[in-house]
Every structure is written in C-alpha cells, then in structure tokens.
Design a protein around this ligand. Structure first.
Ligand SMILES: Cc1cc2nc3c(=O)[nH]c(=O)nc-3n(C[C@H](O)[C@H](O)[C@H](O)COP(=O)(O)OP(=O)(O)OC[C@H]3O[C@@H](n4cnc5c(N)ncnc54)[C@H](O)[C@@H]3O)c2cc1C
Length: 399
C-alpha cells in the first residue's frame, strides 16, 4: 500500500539506477522519493599513515559519478540532493523536513562504513524513523550462499568450488521507469574539487585523466568490452599470452556505477551468443574474488579495519624504512618495473592486477616495510579503491 509515504534513498557506493534494489523498492512502497548523496568530510581527511583517505583522482571520479547519477535520475523525472556533511546529521534533518517514513540504504562491510550506518540508524531512531538495510553489492546474495557467513571457507578455492556448484546469481532488478520527488525538493549545491579541499595544483594534474565517472560511462565501457573488443571476440587472440584478460571496469564497479550482477549477466548473454573464452572465464572468476573479499570482511569484520590494523601493528617505522617507503611511493626504487608501476599509479590512479601484486610484494618482501603502509597508500591513490578488495588483497599478499 503506497498511500502518501515518502522514502529517503541514501546513495553511497551504489551510484546507479540500474539493478538498484533500494531505488526500485522505494518506488514500489512510496508515492514520493528523496534520493540523496552526502559527501562525508571523514572521507577527505588524513589517515594515521600520513596518506589521504581519498586522493584527488578518485575524488574527481566520484564527483563525476554523483553528477552522473543525478542525470540518470533527472531522465526519469527525479533528481538527486547533493550535500556536504555527516549523514548522521543531515539525513535526520531532511527526513524530518519531508516527513519521511523510512530511509533505505545498502549495507556495507567495512568497519568505518558500518560505524557510519550505525550512527545514522541511531540518529534516525531518535525521530522514530527506521533505517532499512539492503544487501546489494555482491554477485551472490548472502542468503543464497551454501554456508552461513561464519562458516565461509577461508580458502578461495573451497569457497569458489562450493559457491559455483550450489549457488545461483539472482537476476538484476528493473530500472524504475519514473520516480516522483516532492515539489519543494532542492537538489543542493553542485560541488567541485576545491569544495572537497583540493588545491589548484593537484586539480591541474587531472587534465589528462582517462577515466570518466558515472553510470552512463560505466555501461558504455562494459558494452564496448563485450561487443567491440576484438581480442575478446577473436578466439585466436584469447590463446595468446600477450593479452591479459582485463576489463578495466573496476572503477565503475567500485563506485557502484555498474552492478557486478549486471556484468555477470552480460557475460552470460555474450557466452550464449559466442561461447565462453579465456576472457569471459577470467572476468567471472575475478568477480568471484571480489565477492570472496567482501564475505571475508563480513566474516572477520574488524580485523581488517584501518583503525584496528593500526592499533595492532607497528605504528611507527624507522627513518630507513620511511626513506624506502617514500622511494617506493614516488617510483624511485631503482627497479624499473616497480618504478614504472608506481608512476602509473600516481599518474592515472590505475594499475593492472599484476602491477599491484608485484609492487605490493616488493614493498613487503624486499623492502620489509609493514604492508599496512602500502595498503593505506593504495587507498589514497586507487581510482577503484574499495575497502574489502584493497585491504583484503594486501592482507592476502602479506600472508
Ligand atoms: C594489492 C592489491 C590491491 C587491490 N585493491 C583493489 C581495490 O581497492 N579495488 C578493486 O576493485 N580491486 C582491487 N584489487 C584487485 C584487482 O587488482 C583489480 O580489481 C583489477 O586489477 C581491476 O582491473 P579490471 O577491472 O580490469 O579487472 P578484471 O580482471 O576485468 O576483473 C573484473 C572485476 O573483478 C573485480 N576483481 C578482479 N580481481 C579482483 C581481486 N583480486 N580482488 C577483488 N576484486 C577483483 C574487480 O571489480 C574487477 O573490475 C587489488 C589487488 C591487489 C593485488
């Protein structure tokens, strides 16, 4: 029963209108929707490791992705309220103003994100408004796994074997055809990088960035990958070791501009038409790695959080290690491959999987610098940063 209900949809790392359960559910349950995105200042601060939580390249990508979501919503009659501030202060205020009956969001797995949801939940509850949690970031729904979270095997091989045999990926949610927002809805300020604390000099570095954020661009890149990439369609190329089967979709998947499930069903469609090949197999496998790290975060929780890791690890490194770390960050180790990778990371925010493995392993095993310093640097620099994938892969590499 819709009645005269208003639901607030809190977007976080799900910056899309396709395959988005919180949006389609809100459309079914309410007559009016308030879509909102908060630029939370906590994500634009320094970490205990002397790095930024969000570097300028990802900040730019995020701004484009949020604007992209606003455009997608405008096309179906809605809009996006873009605000700067702590969600636990902003959301209850907006909810009160518009007489909202419920707030919807996608549940996250990393400690910092879940702590923020906890604060929002408590603040809303004071106004007797419920925060409803949805599960929507993984390929496999938590409830379709062949084991409860606490019994998920820590070995990826075992996890993969059982999941592929016993679980199915659900279909994608429909994109809403239209949404209704209140008449006095205000979309808020259009932000730019200086609003997020970046200076002109760092902004200038971005002029050549090859990554454009947003749902439309994410879908375009995915279609391009499947339909036009000659090396995907040419079976001869797929036998050729020179081709690394990388889709380059991670920035859009990490921001939620592209749903992992959408990519999975595209793989299936492609395979029905052309058959499977090394590239489609690798893509499916890698999406499963992503799920695995998210479920490991859910299972082991706090152990992976930057706060806990910092508390439990060596909190300071000596001068010699600091020098090595600095050379590694700047691509000045003297090892050509490592330096090329680090410069690419600094310049573009992206690095191939092999590049990430080699540079991480070099820092930990050759330079003997604690892995958390490397993980924190990647967190600042990577355009596709996502807590479970970054901290999970680093922890995995560091053994
Ligand atoms: C030290 C280190 C840190 C990393 N940090 C991140 C991170 O912050 N964010 C991130 O998305 N990936 C991270 N990865 C995983 C991986 O390197 C990137 O996802 C991949 O290089 C992105 O390129 P692609 O989109 O072409 O991937 P493809 O090979 O085309 O794979 C498809 C998708 O699967 C996911 N994926 C692929 N490999 C992995 C993996 N090993 N773990 C988790 N997900 C995976 C990504 O969403 C990717 O877009 C990290 C890997 C290492 C070794």
């Amino acid at each position: 029963m819709i009645g005269d209900r208003t639901i607030l949809v809190w977007f976080r790392n799900d910056l899309r209108i396709h395959d988005n359960e919180i949006l389609i559910e809100a459309c079914k349950k309410a007559s009016k929707i308030i879509p909102i995105y908060c630029f939370d200042p906590r994500y634009f601060t320094e970490t205990p490791f002397g790095t930024l939580k969000t570097g300028v390249i990802r900040a730019k990508f995020l701004l484009e992705s949020v604007t992209g979501l606003q455009k997608s919503l405008q096309k179906i009659g809605g809009d996006l309220m873009i605000v700067c501030g702590r969600p636990e202060e902003i959301l209850p205020e907006i909810a009160g103003k518009f007489n909202v009956s419920e707030v919807y969001h996608h549940r996250e797995v990393a400690l910092e994100e879940t702590e923020i949801s906890g604060l929002v939940e408590a603040a809303l509850w004071k106004k007797q408004i419920n925060l409803k949690h949805f599960i929507g970031h993984t390929l496999y729904h938590k409830e379709d796994l062949p084991f409860p979270i606490k019994d998920i095997p820590d070995s990826f091989t075992l996890f993969k074997k059982k999941v592929e045999r016993e679980s199915e990926v659900r279909s994608c949610f429909q994109t809403p055809a239209s949404i209704t927002i209140p008449v006095d809805f205000e979309s808020g300020q259009v932000l730019n990088l200086s609003d997020l604390g970046f200076k002109d000099t760092s902004i200038q570095e971005l002029l050549n960035s090859e990554f454009l954020g947003g749902e439309a661009e994410g879908i375009k890149r995915m279609r391009h990958f499947f339909r036009e990439s000659a090396w995907v369609r040419d079976p001869k190329n797929n036998k050729n070791d020179v081709f690394y089967h990388s889709s380059g979709l991670s920035p859009w998947i990490a921001a939620g501009c592209l749903s992992a499930r959408e990519v999975y069903h595209e793989i299936k469609k492609y395979e029905q038409e052309y058959g499977s090949n090394d590239a489609t197999t690798a893509l499916r496998l890698n999406l499963l790695w992503r799920d695995y790290f998210r479920f490991m975060f859910k299972k082991h929780g706090n152990k992976f959080s930057i706060k806990e890791v910092f508390k439990n690890s060596i909190s300071t490194i000596d001068k010699a290690q600091q020098k090595l770390l600095m050379e590694w960050k700047n691509g000045q180790t003297g090892i050509a491959f490592i330096d090329a990778c680090m410069r690419e990371l600094n310049h573009s925010g992206f690095l191939s999987h092999k590049g990430r493995q080699m540079t991480a392993s070099y820092l930990v095993n050759d330079l003997n610098v604690p892995w958390v310093y490397g993980a924190a640097f990647f967190e600042e620099k990577l355009i596709d940063f996502s807590p479970a994938s970054n901290w999970g892969n680093w922890a995995n590499l560091a053994g």
